[in-house]
Design a protein around this ligand. Structure first.
Ligand code: UD1
Ligand code: UDP
Length: 379
């Protein structure tokens, strides 16, 4: 019998952990693979929330996070640390996900060792290198080095092929975030206490129409965040509305939101939610207002209209399907768009169709089979 293929799975932030735990679960259940997990801990608390619920104990933890870290210090630490782990583990292949600094450095360290790197959520493009920043370029750099490109959608696969990536190495798998959402929904159904921690807020806001908010993008720091806070202040004057906003731990977000939204009766600024509780918030919300990538994928799957506080998106599928709308970060525009959804039933219903352009919940299984095809072909 051939030795199992040793795969090093690398991640560091909350969204990477959410989108890779289905792949880790599938690899660990399959004797054709030896799955080694390395977390950079580019995020600490928000990463650990996901590791806990997914039951993943990393084999390596670089613990790199620093308060208010800069992109250059983060990148330097990641590259050196991830390279050292690779030299110790000597993987046959490396997996990274998405577009973060951890993913980009993981791919680069693998490339420097001529270890094939496989890219989950490949091919998303906004075609604007400053939106999302620096993620658009991170994702393109990974694409330049990747061995297998796991594209979530045909659009993403098409973008890679248009960049002359070998079409035989590009596979449409769906997005693993849908696998994660199905998994957590099933866990909550079996054990409702996993998501019961919002009960006090649910009672406080009973009868109100809930707007769920998340925000963290670097390109929105400063003026963008101020605009978002002003929009929330304005919409919260409506007595029929309540806002639930789990605030990202980035100090550049917390300062603006804590100062701009303090003391408002129908705005709850809360700590980042673990994944089951965030799934509960998605369920409670009538509308999601976000600049997140992952939330743009989850909300349409649940039939929740999502207003995207960005100028462009590398996830045009939700917009094309009519369940997501780009609204930027100007307070006036956000308030107008929210008011339309709140007051115009037809406009709301046109967006609130459960539609899932991002996958069927079986992406991880497809990825694992595609990896198995590489056994015996490793360089
Ligand atoms: C990172 C990713 C971004 C992703 C986002 C998801 C990069 C360049 N950015 O952005 O692509 O969309 O994560 O949330 O890779 N912090 C904590 N505890 C945590 C997490 C963050 O205190 O658990 C604080 C720290 O002060 C940290 C700061 O947030 O320095 C910024 O974290 P960082 O990962 O650099 O950037 P994000 O804005 O979170
Ligand atoms: N999320 C969470 N708790 C929260 C906010 C978000 O678990 O309080 C989840 C959300 O369901 C999604 C992911 O985190 O799967 C999105 O992460 P984030 O917005 O930080 O990053 P992005 O997707 O923009 O890279």
């Amino acid at each position: 019998m051939t030795a199992p293929l040793r795969i090093l799975v690398i991640f560091g932030t909350r969204p990477e952990a959410i989108k890779l735990f289905p792949v880790v679960h599938a690899l660990k259940a399959d004797p054709r693979f030896e799955c080694v997990v390395c977390v950079s801990a580019q995020h600490r608390q928000m990463l650990d929330q996901v590791l806990d619920i997914a039951g993943i104990v990393p084999d390596h933890d670089l613990d790199v996070m620093q308060p208010d870290q800069t992109l250059d210090a983060l990148t330097a630490n990641l590259l050196v640390g991830l390279g050292q782990v690779m030299d110790a583990v000597r993987p046959d292949r490396v997996i990274v996900q998405g577009d973060t600094a951890t993913a980009m450095c993981g791919a680069l360290a693998a490339y420097y060792r001529k270890v094939p790197v496989d890219h989950v959520e490949a091919g998303l493009r906004s075609y604007n290198i400053y939106h999302p920043w620096p993620e658009e370029v991170n994702r393109k750099i990974i694409g330049a080095m990747a061995s297998l490109h796991f594209a979530p959608t045909e659009t993403a696969a098409g973008a890679l092929k248009a960049e002359a990536v070998d079409p035989a190495r590009v596979h449409v798998t769906g997005n693993t975030v849908i696998d994660a959402l199905h998994w957590v929904t099933a866990r909550i159904a079996a054990a409702p206490a996993l998501a019961s921690g919002l009960a006090d807020l649910e009672a406080r806001f009973a009868g109100k129409r809930i707007i769920g908010v998340t925000s963290h993008r670097r390109e929105n720091f400063g003026e963008g965040m101020e605009g978002i806070a002003e929009a929330i202040r304005t919409i919260a004057r409506r007595p029929d509305v309540a806002v639930i906003f789990p605030v990202h731990l980035n100090p550049n977000v917390r300062k603006v939101m804590n100062e701009g939204l303090a003391g408002l009766d129908n705005v709850a600024l809360i700590e980042p939610l673990d994944y089951p509780h965030f799934a509960r918030l998605l369920d409670l919300a009538e509308i999601m207002l976000t600049d997140s990538g992952g939330v743009q994928e989850e909300a349409p799957a649940l039939g929740k209209p999502v207003l995207v506080m960005r100028e462009t998106t590398e996830r045009p599928e939700g917009v094309a399907a009519g369940t997501a709308k780009l609204v930027g970060t100007s307070a006036a525009t956000i308030v107008t768009e929210l008011s339309t959804l709140l007051d115009d039933k037809g406009a709301y219903e046109a967006m609130a169709r459960a539609h899932n352009p991002f996958g069927d919940g079986h992406a991880a299984a497809r990825i694992v089979e595609l990896l198995a095809n590489e056994i015996g072909h490793e360089t």
